[in-house]
Design a protein around this ligand. Structure first.
Ligand SMILES: Cc1cc2nc3c(=O)[nH]c(=O)nc-3n(C[C@H](O)[C@H](O)[C@H](O)COP(=O)(O)OP(=O)(O)OC[C@H]3O[C@@H](n4cnc5c(N)ncnc54)[C@H](O)[C@@H]3O)c2cc1C
Length: 427
C-alpha cells in the first residue's frame, strides 16, 4: 500500500528503529520525508533486541512480507523458554503457539536487524538518509519548523520528529529544560559472542548443537537470561542486577567478567560455565536509567514531536522498547495523512501531532510499567508458591500489548480524537 502524495514535509532526526520506522511509514502514507543522522556510517552495534508481535505486524506490511523474510534467518527460533531457580532447579518450559506469519516475533542482533531496516529504507524506498549530520538546534515558527546541523545548514519542513534516542536534544526543546535520567537501581551486563568455545566444551555444547535454546535463572534481585541464536552459532546473555553506581546510558561501557563471576558464585554452576566462555572485551556494563513519564512529547508550537526512546525509554524486562518506538512511527504517519485529507485548512499538521500524542500516551505509559512489574515479579519470587504453581514465573505475554494493530487503531480513532481535542480547546 502506498498513498498519494500529501505534500507534508517531514524531517526526522535519528536513524534508529524509531526514526527509520517513522520514515518508512511516512513514505507509505505519501509524505515527503528525509532523515538526518549523526553517525557517519552504518555499524552493526549492540546485541540482543526484541520485537513483539505488535512490531512483527508492522514489519510484515513492508513490501508484502519481504522485510520479515530477510529478518527470519537472523531471528531466534527456540523450543520454548526453560526457567530455572537460581540454584539450578528446573521450574518450567514456557512455550507459545507459533505466531501467524503476518505478525511474527523477532528477536535477534540489534545491528543485524537494524541493517535490514536501514537498507530497506535507503535502497529500496530511496528515502534520503543524510549521515554524518548531527543536529545541533531545532526551531519552530507559526508556519514551519526545522533543524540546524552542526555544519550550519538549516533545513525546514512542516513537522520535525525527534527520534534521537535516550539523550535526545529535541527533548530539551520540547520540555524547555534538560531532564536528567535517574538511576533505576539496576544495571545489566550483556554480551553477544560466537559459540565456538561453548561447542568445544561437552558440558555446554548442548545449548548450541541442537538449534537455538533459551534459558533463564531467577534469584533475589537478579536474573540471568541466556540464548543461542542462528541455529546455535551465536550466544548472547543478559544479567540484570542491583547497581547503584554512577549512571551512564552508553551502550559501549566496558564490563568486568570477575564482577559477574563473583555475583554468580552461589548460583547454578552452569551460569558460571556460560559466563566464562565470554570474550572479556565483548562484555558491556549498561546502567539502567529511569525517567518519569514526560509531561508532553510535543513542542509548544505543535510542530515538533518526540518519538521512540527520546519520548519514552523502556526497561529491557518489558521487551517492548523498540516495538513501542515503531508504533509511534506508524501512528504519526497516519495522523499526518488523515489531517492532510481534511477539507479545512486550519492547523493540519499541528492537529496531527497533538492527536498522535493523545492516541499513544496512555498506552505507552502502561506498557512501560510492565518492565518494572516483570522484573519485580521475578526478583521477589515466592519459591514455595512456585512449587504448586510454576506458571507464576512465566514471562508475561499479554494480548493487549501483542494483539495491538497500531495502523488499524490510528485509522479508527483519529477523527474522534481530533474532535475531542478541539472541544477541549474550546472549553
Ligand atoms: C548503538 C546502539 C546500540 C543499541 N543496542 C541495543 C541492544 O543491543 N539491545 C536493545 O534492546 N536496544 C539497543 N539499543 C537501543 C534500542 O535501539 C532502542 O531502545 C529502541 O530501538 C528505540 O530506538 P530509537 O530509535 O528511539 O533510539 P536509538 O536506537 O537510540 O536511535 C537514536 C538515533 O538518533 C541518533 N542521534 C542522536 N542524537 C542525534 C543528533 N543530535 N543528530 C542526529 N542524530 C542523532 C543516534 O545516533 C541514533 O542512531 C541501541 C541503541 C543504539 C544507538
Amino acid at each position: 500500500m502506498e498513498s498519494n502524495n500529501t505534500g507534508v514535509r517531514v524531517i526526522i532526526v535519528g536513524a534508529g528503529f524509531a526514526g527509520l520506522t517513522a520514515a518508512i511509514e511516512c513514505h507509505r502514507q505519501g509524505h515527503d520525508v528525509e532523515i538526518y543522522e549523526k553517525f557517519a556510517e552504518l555499524k552493526q552495534l549492540g546485541d540482543i533486541i526484541s520485537f513483539g508481535q505488535n512490531a512483527g505486524r508492522i514489519f510484515h506490511r513492508w513490501s508484502n512480507g519481504s522485510v520479515t523474510e530477510r529478518m527470519d534467518p537472523l531471528s531466534i527460533k527456540n523450543k520454548g523458554f526453560n526457567i530455572h531457580k537460581y540454584d539450578g532447579e528446573f521450574i518450567i518450559n514456557q512455550t507459545h503457539p507459533k505466531p501467524p506469519k503476518e505478525s511474527p516475533i523477532i528477536n535477534g542482533h540489534r545491528g543485524e536487524l537494524h541493517a535490514v531496516v536501514f537498507n530497506y529504507a535507503k535502497d529500496e524506498l530511496a528515502i534520503p538518509i543524510h549521515l554524518d549530520s548531527r543536529v545541533k538546534e531545532y526551531f519552530e515558527t507559526e508556519l514551519e519548523t526545522g533543524i540546524v546541523l552542526e555544519s550550519g545548514e538549516k533545513i525546514s519542513g512542516d513537522v520535525v520528529l525527534g527520534a534521537d534516542g535516550v539523550r535526545s536534544k529535541a527533548r530539551e526543546l520540547v520540555l524547555g529544560y534538560e531532564d536528567k535520567p535517574k538511576s533505576s537501581g539496576y544495571a545489566v551486563w550483556r554480551t553477544w559472542f560466537d559459540s565456538k568455545d561453548m561447542l568445544a566444551d561437552p558440558e555446554t555444547a548442548h545449548f548450541c548443537n541442537q538449534g537455538d535454546t533459551f534459558q533463564g535463572w531467577i534469584g533475589q534481585d537478579v536474573h540471568f537470561l541466556f540464548s543461542t541464536i542462528k541455529n546455535g552459532s551465536d550466544c548472547c546473555w543478559v544479567l540484570t542486577h542491583r547497581d547503584l553506581a554512577d549512571i551512564d546510558e552508553s551502550w559501549q561501557f566496558p564490563g568486568h567478567l570477575p564482577d559477574v563471576l563473583e555475583l554468580l558464585k552461589d548460583w547454578d554452576p552452569m551460569c558460571t560455565k556460560i559466563v566464562s566462555k565470554t570474550p572479556p572485551e565483548l562484555l558491556v556494563d549498561w546502567k539502567l536509567v529511569y525517567r518519569d513519564p514526560l509531561p508532553t512529547w510535543v513542542s509548544t508550537g505543535r510542530r515538533i514531536a518526540l518519538v521512540g526512546d527520546a519520548a519514552h525509554p523502556f526497561l529491557p524486562t518489558s521487551a517492548q522498547g523498540a516495538t513501542q518506538a515503531m508504533e509511534d512511527g506508524v501512528t504519526i504517519a497516519i495522523c499526518l495523512r488523515k489531517a492532510a485529507e481534511k477539507a479545512e485548512a486550519e492547523a493540519k499538521s499541528q492537529d496531527a501531532i497533538t492527536a498522535f500524542q493523545e492516541i499513544r500516551y496512555e498506552r505507552v505509559k502502561a506498557v512501560q510499567k510492565t518492565g518494572e512489574t516483570t522484573r519485580d515479579m521475578w526478583h521477589k519470587t515466592d519459591w514455595v508458591a512456585v512449587k504448586t504453581n510454576p506458571d507464576l514465573v512465566k514471562f508475561p505475554r499479554e494480548e493487549w500489548i501483542h494483539g495491538h494493530d497500531a495502523e488499524k487503531h490510528a485509522e479508527e480513532v483519529f477523527d474522534e480524537v481530533v474532535k475531542g481535542l478541539r472541544e477541549k480547546a474550546r472549553i
